[in-house]
Design a protein around this ligand. Structure first.
Ligand code: NAD
Length: 495
C-alpha cells in the first residue's frame, strides 16, 4: 500500500493498492543438474534427457530422464519383485511406512511448496496452503486404512491387485501423485508412476522422501518422460492403469486396454457449471466464482468455467465480479501476494489464446482487468466472457485457463438443463440460501461432485471422480481403495 489520503474525518484511506514484492526464497530447494529414473529404490541413468523449466521466466531448472520402453519394463519388473514382500506385510507395517511418508512431507512442506511453484507456475500461497498439506493429508488418511481393509469391506476378502501403473497431469503434480500412490500402497499394491513432462520435479524430490522413510526398494518407482513413456506403461505388464489427464488421451488408453485383463480408472477433463440463484449471498458467491475459475490459473479439471446466473441478478453480479477481478494480483508465482501465477507451458498458453480468440470471433464480449504481465514467461490475464451462447466453443470446450464464460437462466429447470448440456460431468457448484433447492439440484446435476455455497473444496475422506467423458472410478475416501483391490467373491466396483 502506498499513498494514504486523509479523509475529512481523518481516517486513513488507501488511494492505491500496490504491494511491495514479497518473494519466497528458493534457497531451500537444492536441485541436481540431472535426474535419472527411480527404479527399485535406486537412481538409474536414462539414455536421453530433456530440460524442465520454470514457466515464470522460462529458466532451465534441471535435466530429466526420458524413460524408454526398456526402462519402463525394468521399473515394472522391480515393482513386481517388490510386490511379493510388500503385499505380505501386515497392514500395520504398511501403514507405518505411509505415516512416515506423510510426516516427512509435512516436515519438508516448504521445500515442496517452493519447488511446486517453481516448476509448475502456481502461486506459492496455493502450493503452500493447498497442494502440499493435502498431499500429506492423503498419506495420513490412507495410512489409517492399511490395517483396516477387512473392516472397510465387511464380509468380503480384499486383496491387492499387483502392480499399478499410474499416469498423472501437470496441474497438481504432487497432489495427484498422492491421490494415486497413497490408496495403492494402503491396499498392498506396488507402483510405477509417470509424472507429467512439464512438472516432474516434485515427484523426483518425493523419491528422496521414500528413501528417508526407508520404504523397501521397488514398492514405488518413478519414471519420467513424455506421452511415449506413458504409452509404454499402458502397454507394459501392469495389473492396473490409473490415469488422470485429458479426455482425448484417456479415450486412447481405454481403446488400448479393451480386451485385456488390466483394470482401468480414468479421471479426465471437465467443464463445470457454477450456478448462482437470485437468493444467494451475492458477495460470497462472487468469491466462490473467483476461486472456482482463477484458482491455479484455471488449470483445474473441476474449474467452474461456466457461470450460470439467474437473470434477475445478472447485472449486479457481473458488475461485482468485474470489480473483484481488478483486485487480483497476477505475477511471480513465488511472491506470497500473488493470486494468479504463470501458465504452465507455451503449449497450454497457445491453447488458451486460441480458444479466447474463438470466443471473440463467435461474438462474446470479453473483459480483462488492467494488469501488467511480466515480459518473460507464460502469462494470461484473468478473463471473463459475457454474451456467451451455449454453442460457442468457450462454453463447450475445456479451456484449462483463467477464462470464465457467463450464461444466464430463469428457472431451476432451465439451469439444470443448460448445466448438464456438456459431454463432461466432473463437478458443479450451486449458490442459494434454500437447503431444499441445494438437495434438488445435487440430485439433478450429472456431476461427480456438487458443491453448495462453496467451490473447489477437497478432502482425502471424500470421493472424487466423474460421469460421462470426465471418466470413471473414484479417488479419495473409502471408494478410492476399491479400484486397487480385488475380492474373492469377485465383486468389483468403480471400473
Ligand atoms: P494429458 O492427457 O496431455 O497428459 C496427462 C498425462 O498423460 C501426462 O503425464 C502425459 O505425459 C501422459 N500421456 C500423454 N499421452 C499419453 C499416451 N498416449 N498414453 C499414456 N500417457 C500419455 O493431460 P494434461 O494436459 O497433462 O492435463 C490436463 C488434463 O488433465 C485436463 O483435461 C484436465 O481436466 C485433466 N485433469 C483431470 C483431473 C481429474 O481428476 N479428473 C485432475 C487433473 C487434471
Amino acid at each position: 500500500m502506498t499513498d494514504v489520503e486523509r479523509r475529512q474525518d481523518r481516517s486513513p484511506v488507501p488511494q492505491d493498492w500496490t504491494y511491495a514484492p514479497a518473494p519466497e526464497s528458493t534457497e531451500i530447494v537444492r536441485l541436481r543438474e540431472r535426474y535419472g529414473l527411480y527404479v527399485g529404490g535406486e537412481w538409474l541413468d536414462a539414455k536421453e534427457h530433456f530440460t524442465t523449466i520454470a514457466p515464470r521466466d522460462e529458466a532451465p531448472l534441471a535435466e530429466v530422464g526420458q524413460a524408454s520402453e526398456a526402462d519402463v519394463h525394468d521399473a515394472v519388473t522391480a515393482a513386481r519383485e517388490a510386490f511379493a514382500g510388500w503385499s505380505k506385510l501386515p497392514g500395520s507395517e504398511r501403514s507405518k511406512y505411509m505415516f512416515r511418508i506423510a510426516r516427512i512431507l509435512a516436515e519438508r512442506a516448504r521445500e515442496f511448496a517452493v519447488l511446486e511453484s517453481l516448476n509448475g507456475g502456481k502461486p506459492i500461497k496455493e502450493s503452500r496452503d493447498v497442494d502440499v498439506p493435502l498431499a500429506a493429508a492423503h498419506f495420513f488418511y490412507y495410512a489409517g486404512w492399511a490395517d483396516k481393509l477387512e473392516y472397510a469391506f465387511p464380509n468380503r476378502t480384499p486383496k491387492p491387485l499387483g502392480v499399478a501403473g499410474q499416469i498423472i497431469p501437470w496441474n497438481f503434480p504432487l497432489l495427484m501423485l498422492a491421490w494415486k500412490i497413497a490408496p495403492a500402497l494402503a491396499a498392498g499394491n506396488t507402483v510405477v508412476l509417470k509424472p507429467a513432462e512439464t512438472t516432474p520435479l516434485t515427484a523426483l524430490l518425493f523419491c528422496d522422501v521414500l528413501r528417508q522413510a526407508e520404504l523397501p526398494g521397488g514398492v514405488v518407482n518413478i519414471v519420467t518422460g513424455d506421452g511415449s513413456t506413458g504409452a509404454a506403461l499402458v502397454d507394459s505388464d501392469v495389473d492396473k492403469i490409473a490415469f488422470t489427464g485429458s479426455t482425448e488421451v484417456g479415450k486412447a488408453i481405454q481403446r488400448r486396454l479393451a480386451g485385456t485383463d488390466k483394470r482401468l480408472t480414468l479421471e479426465l477433463g471437465g467443464k463445470a457449471a457454477n450456478i448462482v440463484f437470485d437468493d444467494c449471498a451475492l458477495d460470497q458467491a462472487v468469491e466462490g466464482i473467483i476461486n472456482g475459475i482463477y484458482f491455479n490459473q484455471g488449470h483445474v479439471c473441476c474449474a467452474g468455467s461456466r457461470l450460470f446466473v439467474q437473470e434477475s441478478i445478472y447485472e449486479p453480479l457481473v458488475e461485482k465480479l468485474k470489480q473483484r477481478m481488478t483486485t487480483l494480483r497476477v505475477g511471480d508465482p513465488l511472491d506470497k501476494n500473488t493470486d494468479v501465477g504463470a501458465i504452465n507451458s507455451r503449449e497450454q498458453l497457445d491453447r488458451i489464446e486460441e480458444l479466447v480468440a474463438a470466443g471473440k470471433e463467435e461474438g462474446a464480449e470479453i473483459y480483462q482487468p488492467p494488469c501488467r504481465l511480466p515480459e518473460k514467461g507464460y502469462w494470461f490475464a484473468p478473463t471473463v466472457f459475457t454474451n456467451v451462447a451455449q454453442s460457442y466453443r468457450i462454453a463447450q470446450e475445456e479451456i484449462f485457463g483463467p477464462v470464465l464464460s457467463v450464461l444466464t437462466f430463469r428457472t431451476p429447470d432451465e439451469a439444470v438443463e443448460k448445466a448438464n448440456n456438456t459431454p463432461y460431468g466432473l463437478s458443479a457448484g450451486v449458490w442459494t440460501e434454500k437447503g431444499s433447492r441445494i438437495l434438488w439440484m445435487a440430485q439433478k446435476m450429472r456431476a461427480g461432485v456438487v458443491w453448495a455455497n462453496t467451490f473447489n473444496r477437497f478432502d482425502p475422506t471424500s470421493p472424487f471422480g466423474g460421469y460421462k467423458e470426465s471418466g470413471f472410478g473414484r479417488e479419495g475416501g473409502l471408494h478410492g481403495l476399491e479400484p486397487y483391490l480385488t475380492f474373492d467373491d469377485s465383486e468389483t466396483f468403480g471400473g
